[in-house]
Design a protein around this ligand. Structure first.
Ligand code: SAH
Ligand code: F3S
Length: 465
């Protein structure tokens, strides 16, 4: 009765939250399984950013409830953003749901499951759905890495919760609540613990990481609280690489640009959501920066770190997006020549300002704009990867590839690598000579003499051919 499977939809923050829930459940004697068929309890950690993600989770729940007919003890829970966004309305749709838990109550899940299982053991009729959707002060501090014995070569660390911006299209402020930062010391403790267990790379997570702690922590030496945090993480022994996602163009100041020069562990890969390249649209989206400012940030980073990599989020088909607006986005896209991009077709989120705007864009137009940007991305990503053929790259080996004999790893610029290696090298920084590139992957061989070097500086991109 205690085998749990957690299925996660959506972003890295959700993955992070699922890991924390799994760790808490393990601590209570539950065992985690990796597929729904072996589980007595299935928990769906849901996403509400686009309608499609909600529909998937609703469909999955409907499908799972069929199993209850033959096995009434089988339990199903929905947690996270969709629980918060749709609330008890979900129970009308899915009356067989056992548990509905919001984004500030993940830590309460073990108690709820214990209680549900106890009542099931013959102590009366099946209780109605357990609902826990309240806000909770301090909940950002309950999502931390609990002891997991398995070594994680790379780990996500949540540094804050919530978002105070009001982008016209976005449901996140509703699902995740107001911005709340975790104290620096607690984040550092968590990362030290991870490092002791062998973690080499951490990704700091928040909706707008560069506004981390701005109300709680004073600026020191002209450095924002976020940069102060990065400096502390830089000093943690054992950690070799630092990443974060996502910063916001607003508040991306010189101290953060300089951090890329000064902090050797900070990887030169910047995910900087643009959403649009049209100033008119940025205004309608309530994004407080211009395309000129966005490009200025890109330029200042390129000046500081010439081989920096850029990634972005773009929405196509926001209400009222004209051909001219979209051309502006294409121009920005080509000008930056993104190495990676997440392109989203606008999805109406009820309760957000954009849902009320007239002039919704047709599915066909969204699709064709999507395809055009994907085309540009293919070109820029492939040409970036091809430029690395013949160079030597520092790669962190993460494990065996899903298929075949090769091992997978990533460069500091977040490029996927495949190479022959060995189990002994998992979690190690190695040097790989790139001999072939596709849009998504670099292939090559290890340069064995480089393995024991502790040098964490980016390797030079000079072409050795
Ligand atoms: N601040 C977060 C954003 C979370 S939402 C971050 O930067 O990580 C992730 C992305 O989903 C957004 O950047 C946006 O591009 C996209 N998105 C948000 N709402 C959307 C909607 N209604 N339709 C389509 N895409 C959306
Ligand atoms: Fe959403 Fe905008 Fe915040 S995209 S998460 S409201 S910065």
């Amino acid at each position: 009765m205690n085998r749990v499977y957690i299925k996660t939809y959506g972003c890295q923050m959700n993955e992070r939250d699922s890991e924390a829930v799994a760790a808490m459940l393990r601590g209570r004697g539950y065992s985690m399984v990796d597929n729904e068929f072996d589980a007595d309890v299935v928990l769906l950690n849901t996403c509400s950013v686009r309608d499609q993600a909600e529909q998937k989770a609703i469909g999955k729940t409907g499908y799972l409830t069929k199993r209850k007919r033959s096995n009434p003890d089988f339990l199903i829970g929905i947690m996270g953003c969709m629980a918060q966004n749709r609330g008890t309305e979900l129970i009308d749709k899915l009356p067989d749901l056992d548990l509905l838990v919001g984004t500030q109550k993940f830590h309460a899940i073990p108690d709820h499951l214990d209680n549900i299982i106890a009542t099931q053991k013959g102590l009366g009729p099946r209780p109605s759905t357990v609902v826990d959707l309240e806000e909770e002060e301090g909940s950002q501090n309950t999502i931390r890495q609990h002891i997991s014995d398995e070594r994680q070569v790379t780990a996500f660390v949540s540094i804050m919760q919530g978002c105070n911006m009001n982008c016209a299209f976005c449901i996140v402020p509703k699902t995740r609540g107001r911005e709340r930062a975790r104290p620096i010391e607690e984040i550092v403790d968590e990362i030290e613990e991870l490092a002791e267990k062998g973690t080499k790379e951490v990704t700091l997570l928040g909706q707008i990481v560069n506004s981390y702690g701005r109300r709680e922590i004073p600026i020191r030496n002209k450095k924002s609280p976020f940069v102060q945090l990065l400096e502390k993480v830089q000093d943690i022994k054992g950690i070799e690489r630092i990443r974060f996602t996502s910063p916001h163009p607003r508040g991306f100041r010189q101290d953060l640009v300089e951090a890329y020069r000064d902090l050797s562990k900070l990887c030169e890969y910047v995910h900087l959501p643009a959403q649009s390249g049209s100033n008119r649209l940025l205004k309608l989206m309530n994004r407080p920066y211009s395309r000129e400012r966005y490009l200025e940030i890109v330029d200042s980073l390129r000046t500081m770190v010439p081989n920096v990599y850029f990634s972005t989020d773009i929405i196509v088909g926001f209400p009222g997006e004209t051909d001219a607006d979209f051309e502006d986005t294409c121009d920005l896209f080509k000008e930056v020549s993104f190495d990676m991009a997440y392109i989203f077709k606008y999805s109406i989120r009820s309760g957000t300002p954009a849902a009320e705007m007239g002039d919704q864009i047709s599915q066909e137009v969204k699709e064709s704009r999507n395809q055009r940007l994907l085309g540009y991305l293919r070109e820029s990503s492939l040409s970036r990867n091809e430029s690395m053929v013949g160079t030597t790259q520092e790669v962190l080996i993460e494990g065996r590839a899903k298929r075949g004999e090769l091992y997978v790893g990533k460069t500091r610029g977040y490029r996927n690598c495949l190479m022959p290696a060995s189990d002994r090298l998992v979690g190690e920084l190695v040097k790989m000579k790139v001999d072939r590139a596709t849009q998504s992957t670099l292939y090559g061989d290890l340069i064995l003499s480089g393995i024991d070097e502790t040098d964490t500086q980016p390797v030079s991109l000079s072409n050795s051919n």
